[in-house]
Design a protein around this ligand. Structure first.
Ligand SMILES: *Cc1c(COP(=O)(O)O)cnc(C)c1O
Length: 509
């Protein structure tokens, strides 16, 4: 019996079409047009190799099944022998091969960076890309992508320019600072500032501000990477002005304050304000650097949002340098902005790391129109996407929840019940961690009232695997989808995607 499968195998192998023949066939011309010859050729070879390997292993299984004795798993023996008589592709033809190769190429060429629905309730979600750009910025990026631009070219003189010149005036206008520069992100801004101004010297920081921001940004680590020596003062909960005063010595380069972005200390606490530290620093001939983190440019309390110190207030209070992110509350592209005294910014710009950490033209293209929106503060809540999402009224979000609820209920199993309920969103990205915004969304629980741990996980996965993944969160025995970040166009797209899913479900039932 054993050589039946052997001869069958040989016959099948002989019928495998040659790579050259496959590549020259009409079916493959379109694939070659789309993906190019190299990729298609590799995919064809892989598919043929995979076919040969599986044909051989089936033949080998049949062989050993036939020579095995009945004591060892007779059922398995039977099954293997059955498959041997019906190999995977009894006649491997180009049509079949085409389907395999097409699927492989499509899968491999699908973009890994994909649009998702952010229904986490965290508006500035670092893992989902933080701030979304307003249309003005998107258009500017499009032009910068497709047309040459005066990135480092002075149009007035025809000479070489400095990329910072494109936006430093605008940043100074909005912050009240003397000078400004932009780098890759705020972590880079802090690293560069410390490297340029405090290498081999001491930087005085309160113990209450030695924070980790997440994603491995820790003030003590950045400090040592920059070659600066951290001089910790005070205690976790209380630091006094005299602690700063007593720490200053001949090796001191900077006094530094760090905004404790993602945690809050409550109770018996004492923090020294910039308005008190700055005069001390200046009297001792030192500079005060402030890492503001979020760095909002306007007072958010005018929209009923929690108050954060603005960059202008920080500069006016006496900070000599302020660093902040472009893609947190500012609502722009990923960037780190450094503003402050002219001679300090000049020193920072001359440091070799500035070249390594500089921003590209796409960042500058996006940042300029975002900053320009701040010149019309009365329109900001409508035009700056981040602020529009943060200020969205709960009853407007409730409207969306009521429209999406039936679509979601239809798309998922009857074991789950979807209800529209009030909830709270977060700003995110370390801004104002203790504050929450009244919102509305969908809450999915088990219909039988049980806790449904793994069923909820399965549903969460199902939504995450949709064409445009839906990202929610599981808390309190429910899957929660906060609709704050689902504006009109996205709402329509989500409903359509859910409707397609219900259609598929109905068909398969
Ligand atoms: C977010 C944050 C950073 C890091 O900023 P990135 O732009 O993410 O590099 C640094 N410091 C503080 C205080 C922050 O809040």
């Amino acid at each position: 019996m054993s050589d039946v499968s052997g001869s069958e195998l040989r016959a099948l192998m002989a019928r495998v079409p040659s790579v050259e023949k496959v590549m020259a066939s009409a079916e493959f011309a379109a694939l070659i047009g789309e993906y190019g010859r190299t990729q298609v050729l590799n995919a064809v070879r892989e598919a043929l190799d995979a076919w040969r390997i599986s044909a051989r292993s089936i033949s080998a299984a049949a062989h050993s099944a036939n020579s095995a004795h009945s004591t060892s798993a007779p059922q398995a023996t039977h099954a293997a022998a059955d498959t041997a008589t019906t190999p995977p592709f009894s006649a491997l033809d180009t049509v079949q091969l085409h389907a395999t190769v097409d699927a492989a190429l499509r899968g491999r060429n699908e973009p890994r960076l994909r649009s998702v629905f952010n229904l986490t309730g965290t508006v500035l979600h670092t893992n989902l890309g933080r701030a979304l750009l307003p249309d003005e910025a998107v258009r500017a990026v499009m032009s910068a992508l497709t047309q040459p631009a005066n990135l480092e070219f002075d149009l007035a003189t025809g000479k070489r320019g400095d990329r910072d010149d494109l936006i430093d005036d605008l940043i100074c206008e909005l912050t009240g600072a003397e000078a400004a520069t932009v780098v890759n992100n705020n972590a880079a801004a802090v690293l560069l500032t410390l490297s340029a101004l405090a290498a081999n010297k001491e930087v005085v920081v309160s113990r209450g501000e030695l924070v980790e921001i997440g994603g491995a940004f820790r003030i003590p680590d950045i400090m040592s990477r920059a070659g600066a020596k951290l001089r910790e003062i005070g205690t976790t909960n209380r630091t006094h002005l005299k602690d700063y005063d007593e720490a200053i010595n001949a090796r001191t380069a900077l006094l530094m304050k760090v905004h404790a972005s993602n945690y809050a200390i409550n109770g018996f606490t004492k923090e020294v304000g910039i308005g008190e530290i700055a005069p001390l620093a200046h009297a001792r001939g030192l500079a005060l650097a402030v890492d503001l983190g979020s760095g909002t440019l306007v007072d958010l309390s005018q929209w009923g949002l929690p108050r954060e110190p603005t960059v202008r207030e920080t500069v006016e209070a006496g900070a000599d340098l302020v660093t902040f992110s472009g893609d947190k509350l500012l609502g722009g592209p990923q960037a780190g902005l450094i503003v402050g005294r002219r001679e300090l910014i000049a020193k920072i710009k001359k440091h070799p790391l500035k070249r390594a950490l500089r921003v590209g033209k796409l960042t500058l293209a996006a940042l300029e129109p975002v900053l320009q929106l701040y010149r019309a503060p009365e329109q900001l809540a409508a035009r700056l996407t981040t602020l529009r999402l943060l200020t969205r009224a709960a009853d407007e979000i409730q409207g969306a929840a009521l429209r999406v609820q039936p679509a979601l209920q239809q798309a998922i199993d009857a074991r789950y019940t979807v209800s529209a309920e009030p909830m709270f969103s977060q700003i995110g990205s370390g801004a104002l961690p203790v504050d929450v915004l009244p919102s509305y969304g969908l809450v999915v629980r088990m219909t039988d009232g049980k806790r449904g741990g793994r069923h909820l996980l399965a549903l969460e996965k199902q939504l995450r695997e949709m064409a445009r993944p839906v990202i929610g969160r599981i808390a309190d025995d429910a899957l929660r989808l906060d609709l704050r970040c689902l504006e009109a166009a996205d709402e329509a797209q989500l409903i359509a995607q859910l409707a397609a899913q219900s259609g598929a479900r109905t068909k398969s039932n």
